[in-house]
Design a binder for this molecule. Structure first.
Ligand code: NAG
Ligand code: NAG
Ligand code: NAG
Length: 419
């Protein structure tokens, strides 16, 4: 309770600080606004610029969802080290909660999965979802002023963003199928798509889940539990004061950690500890340089409602819809309890890759997930016993610990036809 009170105070301070934002943070907020209006964000390099820096030209694409959200996604057609023909079908990499496509670049060209997979001659797409800084535009709603923009959780991401991005890639590349790699929420939203949108998972040849999320019953990180529970406790108060967006880039939290973590010594100490609190410690896994840049892109923003969904998921032993309370549930779902997502509907051949030291998608929940998925080709447990959740995006060991397994299945489900 004491720790929660601290969060309450922090939130109020954040709100007050934002309302009386300093010139510096106002400039950030203006920049966020410019970005949402389609202007380039000039302060920090975006996906295209970052990849270009290391010799990977990329393309930017705009996807519009059925419900009007405008998402910017990226594509590396040919990795710098790819010699032969490009294999088909295209591969879509989908980031996790509070992240963006840029997470796949943060650990640099030797370890970032966008580089490594494109180097293996795959047509690599990096998606983004509603609510992060590449997904903060809408046909009719203004994220700054329309609260309806923020009325979403993983349910809408899975039901609308995933199908739109997949359809866009299929159409653009004239492919019949894609291969899909989902990290954490990037996998749970895939399961939701299969559950809620009949037929969509037939468009994917193989699904590779990296620390795939579903239920979160045994989530072990005390710090992460506190953060999402604080959002749930404060949900009524936050909405009352018009606070619907959680942890945006350019917000006070991201801005502060990005600023202090630029310092090498602080990055190596405080920022390293912060990440191990969010997940678990894994000494020697993340380069200090990665710690210095990743907080430019993390947290990347989502809706408060989405974090409340995560908080709810800590207290149930199932993977289910948002809980609105018995009366509203009855009206909306026709049952007192929210219905479960149908994991049996994920008929795509599935590979699950998970870590023993993952404090977010923990072994017990990953076992539960694989026992409910109907078409698991392999559940691969990373040999490194300290492998955790954030390692998937940021570790310098990806090419040794998870890439071979990813490439094994991509190869099995691909053809060598040049595009
Ligand atoms: C990314 O940077 C490129 C090059 O400066 C720019 O053309 C593009 O509009 C930017 N895209 C986004 C989404 O910021
Ligand atoms: C499919 O792609 C073509 C050209 O690449 C474009 O003109 C068309 O609008 C796209 N259709 C959809 C439904 O996105
Ligand atoms: C779940 O999906 C499977 C496969 O599509 C289907 O056979 C089953 O009836 C569904 N279950 C429910 C409860 O809808």
């Amino acid at each position: 309770m004491f720790t929660k009170s601290i969060f309450v105070v922090t939130f109020i301070l954040n709100k007050v600080t934002l309302d009386n934002a300093s010139e510096e943070s106002k400039r950030y907020i203006d920049r966020e606004y410019e970005l949402s209006e389609g202007y380039p964000l000039d302060s920090l390099p975006n996906f295209t610029e970052l990849a270009a820096k290391y010799g990977y030209p990329s393309e930017e694409h705009t996807v519009v969802t059925e419900d009007g959200y405008i998402l910017t996604i990226f594509r590396i057609v040919r990795g710098k080290k790819c010699q032969g023909p490009i294999r088909s079908p295209p591969v879509l990499l989908m980031h996790g909660l509070l992240m963006s496509s840029d997470a796949w670049l943060d650990s640099g060209p030797e370890s970032g999965l966008a580089y490594l997979i494109s180097n293996a001659c795959y047509d690599l797409w990096a998606g983004n979802v509603r609510g992060n800084y590449y997904g903060k535009r809408h046909r009719t709603l203004n994220p700054e002023t329309d609260i309806d923009f923020w009325q979403f959780t993983v349910n809408e991401i899975g039901s609308f963003d995933m199908p739109a991005v997949i359809d866009y890639i299929l159409n653009y590349t004239s492919s019949a199928k894609i291969n899909y790699i989902g990290y954490s929420q990037g996998a749970s939203t895939y399961f939701i798509m299969c559950s809620e949108r009949k037929g969509y998972c037939d468009k994917v040849q193989v699904l590779i889940g990296l620390g795939p999320d579903s239920r979160n019953t045994y989530l072990k990180s005390v710090f992460s539990r506190l953060v999402v529970e604080a959002y749930q406790d404060l949900y009524p108060a936050l909405t009352e004061v018009g606070f619907y967006e959680a942890l945006p880039r350019g917000g006070i939290v991201q801005q502060t950690v990005a600023f202090i973590c630029q310092n090498f010594v602080i990055a190596d100490t405080f920022c390293r500890t912060l990440l191990s609190m969010i997940d678990s410690p894994h000494p020697g896994s993340i380069e200090t340089q990665t710690l210095r840049v990743l907080f430019d892109h993390f947290p990347a923003g989502t809706s408060v409602k989405n974090l409340v969904w995560y908080s709810q998921s800590l207290n149930v032993d199932d993977f289910q819809h948002f809980d609105y309370g018995t009366r509203a549930n009855m009206e909306l779902y026709g049952s007192l309890k929210p219905p479960s997502f149908n994991l049996s509907a994920t008929t795509t051949p599935t590979v699950v890759i998970s870590g023993k030291n993952d404090f977010l998608t923990v072994p017990a929940d990953e076992e539960w997930l694989t026992s409910h998925l109907p078409n698991v080709l392999e559940h691969y447990i990373v040999q490194d016993s300290l492998w955790n959740h954030i390692d998937i995006a940021y570790s310098k060991l990806t090419s040794k610990d998870i890439l071979p397994k990813i490439l094994e299945y991509l190869l099995k489900y691909s053809d060598e036809t040049d595009v």
